[in-house]
Design a protein. Sequence first.
Length: 489
Amino acid sequence: MSNIQDLYCYVDGEFVETRQCFDNINPVDGSKIGDIYQADKPLIDQAVHAARHAQQHSWGKMTVNQRCALLHKVADRMAEREQEFIDAEMRDTGKSLHQLKTIDIPRGTANFRTFADMVKFQGGETFITEQANGDKALNYTVNKPLGVVAIISPWNLPLLLATWKIAPAMACGNSVIVKPSEETSSTMYLLAQIMDEVGIPKGAFNLILGRGTDIGDAITAHTGINAVTFTGASKTGKHIMNSAANTVKPLSFELGGKNAAIVFADADLAKAVKGVARSTFTNCGQVCLCTEKVYVQRSIFAEFVDGLKREAENITIGYPTDEKVFMGPLVSQAHQQKVLACYQLAKDEGATFISGGGVPKFNDERDNGYFIEPTIITDLDDTSRTNQEEIFGPICHVSVFDDEDEVLQRANNTEYGLAASIWTENLSRAHRTAAQLDVGLVWVNTWFLRDLRTPFGGMKLSGVGREGGQHSLGFYSEPSNVCIQIDQQ
């Protein structure tokens, strides 16, 4: 196992070379990075057994301070090996160097430090209960780990979104079984190496690699797994919910979105144009929080569209190692074809293409990759499939509106409810409209700004539950009440 670009499962403190493997592909040029060795059901059973043993003995018996000290060592070692994480995620995703250096990798490291510190101050409830006969009782709660938590993470922000779950789950004393996307497993493999290096007890962290619903179902339906947390497509979330139903385990889902940006006439136009361009085209639109629907007040509509078109056409697309590149490729050929099919659907539905709509040509090896043009469209009805179905690519539809009531009704006319952004210089309007949007997160005059202590999650098809701060600690802990009789003298 000398080739560091080959990826192996990590179970019970050992890297395991399984019988089956598949190609790991670089989306920049379609070349092979290495082999990914796929788990089978017996290995998943072994991981569950190891995780349960660690939770009941070594890992679960540690004090909070002992666990948190180890998680800080994980963060320290991640920081020391940061360039390896950047290189690995760049190979897997084609994501720009700037985004990886400033967002994905440092935030992944920060997740361990933040939750390791936060869990030390997790509190409980205390009540004095007065009984009819005059006796009293003391009731208080203690926070217990759930046991074994399955973490299924997506391909778009591989390290960031996986550690967003791993860190609080382990800080609360749970053992974890992590299943990353088959498209982007490299950074989880590096994390497994670090868990091993810093002395995380065997079985507390297990890495399961593979593709297909068989692997997923073997994890989510397993009777030895106590909870499942998943970030990904709404369709997959529904499947996991069905798979886990027989074992009645807690679920936490952050699912898809069809997010709106609302630009009022009193907005700082230059700031709004740049902000919407960023929220639409960051990571090729492959962020669940990206904007796909833009509503612009009539008096500034033409000027806004012109400005957004300039921003889109000035985006540098290419090698992610280039500091000037803003957009790399989509994650895979399959996803490229899916997004191109959505572009074709928009054409069939009668959209006007303001910019983009195709595949850029480089006349070099990048033409074997999975690049796509940033795209702006107009002139579709709100009820069109293009405006109702999540695309997950670098595209937005821009439409005109006249007043607040109209735009709020239109923005809420969706099965999704993850995020929205509002662009206005009117403070009262910002507060008023934000409260009326049926989403879990509203940004005003910004986008993608997150505080790890705040609740994060969606409504409707966009998810179940909340993550972040005490909400994460609450999900990964089971409050247990202790009642003590206090007799009268």
